[in-house]
Design a protein around this ligand. Structure first.
Ligand SMILES: Nc1ncnc2c1ncn2[C@@H]1O[C@H](COP(=O)(O)OP(=O)(O)O)[C@@H](O)[C@H]1O
Ligand SMILES: O=P(O)(O)O[C@H]1O[C@H](CO)[C@@H](O[C@H]2O[C@H](CO)[C@@H](O)[C@H](O)[C@H]2O)[C@H](O)[C@H]1O
Length: 468
């Protein structure tokens, strides 16, 4: 029996890791637009590029870019999909089937390397396809012959890696407006920054009358390792060393890398300050910012009541910031800075994912903020790296001082690197940093409670440490 695409999608979408509304029932799902993508051009490119290849797209395959609206109670969210249609689904695509429609078998075409090249081809040609605008970054050329694989392990977006040259991130949930990632990375690329992955192009359309980013293609860094994995290797080395070994003597000390990362962060902040407006906020605005921190804390407590026991230390830190009595410099920042967002290439630290904190409104994610917000984010991340590996270890309590020492050593190295790179941290900036760290920890408490409850002790420990 065949179904409409809407009926099929309502069942299928709840099983997708990027679908943000898993906890609520779907009361309506509608296809807002379905734009056929031009595979014929792709086929011609492929056939000339890959002579003798069996990878033909064939006339019987079609792919549509589909925007759906999903209604859940009062909330109406938009998501984008690439829906493929084939008369029959080959074995390799059965795991991504959506279901049988009158037009054929529908499937999630991001997994179909025979057709995803259309994204690169359209971008290379600066094509307008119905309401979709594919754009190539001026000054770049795009190899349209590469085949894609979906990167595993993602949550809110889907990334396709083409060959080992490009990574194309599809922003699944559509938030009207230009994605900060495209905005920031493009601006930094124009300034010749070495600390970003080179942008190649993007896809945009109008949503609610606003130019809205659908996808972004950047250089893929095939030989780079992410900061989180590197830091964990260092922590593992330390925990595997004979008891009493100081961090600096354990194999795999990370402090020199943390220092370099601090320098790279300062350079990036300088480049962002050059590329976008900067300002200062005076006492009334500082107080308003602090009120925002308090609201975040209260809302975190309502979701995770055990945080209430730690509210005192946070409020004291917020009071000190409210009374700082001097203006605070603000600029565009990364906004969700942590070790999983940075990659070490053989020559540089490269920073990814300039989207800001997921779930925050676009206006807030683009707002000018203290660059120390990013410093605070990374400091929290060192704490996470040190403590995460204590979970489930019988000797966790004995290792606790090691964890604290590793985190402190790397936090200090990062701050020293940040200053050496020209980042401003002195005098009472410690007051700003502390408040920002505890506000971030409150965000993390909610993040962990919702996503990884077993990790909740990590951000909670930030409050006990601050009380010491
Ligand atoms: N340019 C890149 N080169 C290599 N790997 C990348 C690149 N961009 C992202 N990745 C990998 O994909 C992961 C998720 O990327 P990210 O931009 O943080 O996506 P998300 O917004 O879904 O968190 C990163 O942790 C990294 O492992
Ligand atoms: O990378 P995302 O933009 O999806 O960020 C979200 O997920 C992060 C977890 O992957 C989360 O980061 C927290 O966990 C990290 C370890 O996994 C740790 O290094 C970070 O310091 C900690 O905040 C991030 O907060 C969230 O927005």
């Amino acid at each position: 029996m065949t179904h409409t695409l809407e009926e099929l999608l309502a069942g299928w979408i709840t099983g997708q890791r990027w679908f943000a509304g898993k906890s609520r029932a779907i009361s309506g799902l509608a296809v807002e637009s379905a734009t056929p993508l031009p595979l014929r051009g792709l086929e011609e490119t492929r056939q000339s590029d890959v002579a003798g290849s069996s990878r033909t797209t064939g006339d019987q395959v079609s792919v549509r870019h589909v925007v759906i609206t999903v209604t859940q109670g009062d909330a109406v969210d938009r998501y984008q999909l690439l829906v493929g249609l084939r008369p029959e689904l080959p074995q390799r695509l059965r795991h991504v089937a959506i279901g049988e429609t009158e037009e054929g078998f529908a499937y999630d075409a991001v997994h179909d390397a025979d057709v995803t090249g259309v994204l690169l081809a359209a971008m290379a040609g600066d094509a307008d396809v119905g309401p979709l605008r594919f754009r190539r970054m001026p000054g770049t050329t795009i190899d349209t012959s590469l085949r894609s694989l979906v990167l595993g392990g993602e949550q809110s977006n889907t990334s396709l890696v083409f060959g080992d040259a490009y990574i194309c991130k599809l922003f699944r949930k559509l938030i009207p407006g230009v994605n900060p990632e495209v905005e920031v990375v493009s601006a930094l690329a124009r300034r010749g920054s070495h600390n970003i992955a080179r942008p190649y192009g993007w896809v945009e359309t109008d949503v609610d009358g606003q130019n809205t980013t659908l996808a972004f293609v950047q250089e893929f860094l095939p030989t780079a390792s992410d900061g989180w994995a590197l830091a964990l290797t260092s922590v593992r080395d330390l925990y595997g060393s004979p008891p009493g070994t100081p961090c600096c003597d354990a194999g795999g000390d990370f402090a020199a890398e943390s220092h370099r990362l601090g320098m790279a962060t300062a350079h990036l902040h300088r480049q962002m300050a050059d590329a976008f407006p900067t300002s200062t906020i005076e006492t009334p605005e500082v107080k308003r910012m602090v009120e925002g921190f308090r609201r975040r804390l209260e809302s975190a407590i309502s979701e995770v009541p055990e945080l209430a026991a730690h509210a005192g230390v946070a409020h004291r830190a917020f009071d000190r910031l409210a009374d700082i009595g001097r203006p605070i410099t603000v600029q565009r920042v990364h906004g969700d800075y942590h070790l999983g967002q940075v990659m070490r290439t053989p020559s540089e630290w490269v920073v990814l994912d300039f989207e800001g904190e997921p779930g925050q409104p676009l206006r807030e994610r683009r707002a000018l903020d203290s660059p120390l917000r990013d410093v605070a984010g990374m400091l929290r991340s060192f704490d996470y790296a040190a403590r995460h590996l204590l979970f489930g270890r019988p000797d966790a309590e004995a290792l606790e001082p090691c964890a604290a020492e590793w985190a402190e050593r790397n936090r200090a190295a990062f701050i020293a690197g940040y200053s050496a790179g020209g980042g401003r941290i002195h005098g009472d900036d410690a007051v700003v940093l502390r408040a920002l760290e505890l506000s971030k920890a409150a965000y993390e408490v909610v993040y962990e409670a919702r996503n990884r409850p077993t990790w909740l002790p990590i951000p909670l420990a930030a409050f006990t440490q601050a009380a010491r």
